[in-house]
Design a protein around this ligand. Structure first.
Ligand code: UN1
Length: 500
């Protein structure tokens, strides 16, 4: 099978695809599709210096004009949607609809950021001193480093880039080493937008750097990269966060999730089953927001497991390009090995595993295909408390809502969560201060598939960062509080007297 028509349609040339040192494989069949050129770590100081120079020009461009660049990016993405979506499918193994959905998420954040470019509001605050006016202004902060993961190879960049650009900041992007091709193709869309935008976009406004940890490290340790946004594992965040903090930078961390659904006795089980299946096996369980734990009331647990086992048995697994497929491959063999090892561990802790076998029949050879696994657990054991980036759904039981909420919150991660119930008291308790401790808490909706309009991120080991909608833009700007004295006196705050 040749992948070249998809690569060519996405605008990738022979120079992009050959002669480099980074081998790119398609998870569909494990075939090598490119040897991409890597950025020399020794070039990173120059990359950062270019971004700093671009910052000095871009911060003076009015924000609504900066929004125009992002509007053009949205246009480019709209016209490249099919080709870019197909490339996501090729490089990550997402099914066609999810590949397209990822590009739609990029378009959505562009639309959001264009509107935002006229709404970077600060407050006017009542001063306690007569003849004084106090206000805050949000200023551009400087180059933003973006380190993104394989599973959302372009959407996460766009959440950061669209906001950073309207906020007046250059961007330096290091994509996952597993997905440089989608990154190159998406970045070309921005390059085309820059050409159309004209001269007031400085050179070096957006740079793509490809390579391994040394490239990321250069961004992490540089005081000239005031904001570092990193998406990936908690292990990675534990290295990045302290290093950024040590040089007084700001990090926006979006790390692991271990997302649960509570299914209450009153739940609409038809809806719950559909939400569970999409949440747990969509994207082959490789979203930060994937559903990993099902906390089902004892009275409906057996029925739910029976319905899920039945639904799981008929899920089409295979080539993600086929329109009927719902579960594509895992990103690589190592990922499948980890899944199988976690299942063995769960078994040793008393778990009963349904499914979860490697699949070799009826799928392209060379890819890491798996049956999704449902694992009935006697308790929330060590394995359940770990995030495994694969379609494993652990099932736990509960008797009281307090118990269910304690289980939901009883893991180190705090990204997304949800409850299925038709009972108002239960729903509101779940959303209350004493309810879910996650950054995202839903009612009668699964934990994944968040819209860009809300702030995205979570607490505890998820890292605390917020990206995308709401006021997440504030993370990409510096706040300046200004008090102006228009009186002819100089009163001091707090009534302090200091007569000289
Ligand atoms: C991720 O998995 O890193 O909510 C991001 C969702 C998507 C984004 C997931 N909008 O599932």
């Amino acid at each position: 099978m040749t992948h070249s028509p998809i690569l060519a349609a996405a605008g990738l040339t022979a120079a992009d695809l050959t002669g480099g040192t980074l081998a790119v494989r398609s998870p569909i069949d494990g075939a090598e599709v490119a040897k991409v050129h890597e950025t020399d770590p020794a070039a990173m100081p120059a990359v950062i210096a270019r971004a700093q120079a671009a910052f000095r020009a871009w911060r003076d461009v009015p924000a609504p004009r900066r929004g125009e660049l992002v509007r053009l990016l949205g246009e480019e993405l709209r016209s490249a949607k099919a080709e870019l979506g197909a490339l996501v499918t090729l490089e990550v193994g997402k099914i066609t609809s999810e590949g397209l959905g990822e590009v739609q998420e990029m378009i959505d954040i562009c639309d959001f950021a264009v509107g935002l470019s006229r709404q970077l509001y600060g407050l006017t605050i009542a001063s306690e001193r007569p003849g004084h006016r106090m206000a805050e202004t949000w200023h551009p902060i400087g180059p933003v480093g973006v380190i993104s993961a394989f599973n959302f190879p372009v959407a996460v960049w766009s959440w950061n880039a669209a906001l950073a650009l309207v906020c007046g900041n250059p961007v330096i992007w290091k994509p996952s080493e597993k997905t440089p091709l989608t990154a190159i193709a998406a970045h070309r869309c921005l390059e085309r937008a820059l050409v159309r935008f004209g001269d007031d976009a400085p050179e070096g406004l957006s740079q793509l750097v490809i390579g391994g940890p040394a490239i990321g490290e250069a961004l992490v340790v540089s005081p000239d990269v005031p904001v570092l946004s990193a998406t990936g594992s908690t292990r990675m965040g534990a290295i990045v966060g302290p290093k950024v903090a040590a040089r007084w930078g700001r990090s926006i961390l979006e790390l692991g999730g271990n997302n649960a659904m509570i299914v209450a006795p009153s739940a609409d089980l038809d809806m719950a089953v559909r939400a569970i299946v999409f949440g747990a096996v969509g994207t082959a369980g490789q979203r930060c927001t994937s559903l990993r734990r099902l906390i089902a009331h004892h009275s409906i647990r057996a029925e739910l497991v029976a319905r899920l086992t039945k639904a799981y048995a008929s899920l089409p697994i295979g080539d993600p390009r086929k329109p009927t497929t719902l579960i594509g491959p895992l990103i690589d063999q190592a990922s499948r090995d980890r899944m199988l090892a976690q299942l063995a561990k769960a078994k040793s802790e008393g778990g009963t595993v349904h499914g979860g076998r490697a699949v070799a029949e009826g799928v392209p050879q060379g890819g890491a295909y798996v049956e999704p696994a449902l694992v009935e657990m006697p308790a929330q054991t060590e394995t359940v408390r770990e995030e495994t980036f694969a379609p494993i759904l652990y099932v736990l039981g509960y008797e009281t809502l307090d118990e269910a909420i304690a289980l939901q919150n009883g893991v180190p991660q705090g990204l997304s969560s949800c409850i299925f119930t038709l009972n108002l008291r239960e729903a509101e308790t779940f959303l209350s201060a004493a309810g879910s401790d996650c950054g995202i808490a839903n009612v009668n909706i699964g934990p994944s598939g968040a819209e860009i309009g809300g702030a995205f991120g979570g607490e505890k080991e998820t890292g605390g960062g917020r990206e995308s909608g709401s006021d997440a833009w504030k993370g990409y700007m510096r706040r300046q509080t200004s008090t102006v004295n228009y009186s002819a006196k100089l009163p001091l705050a707090q009534g302090v007297r200091f007569d000289v």
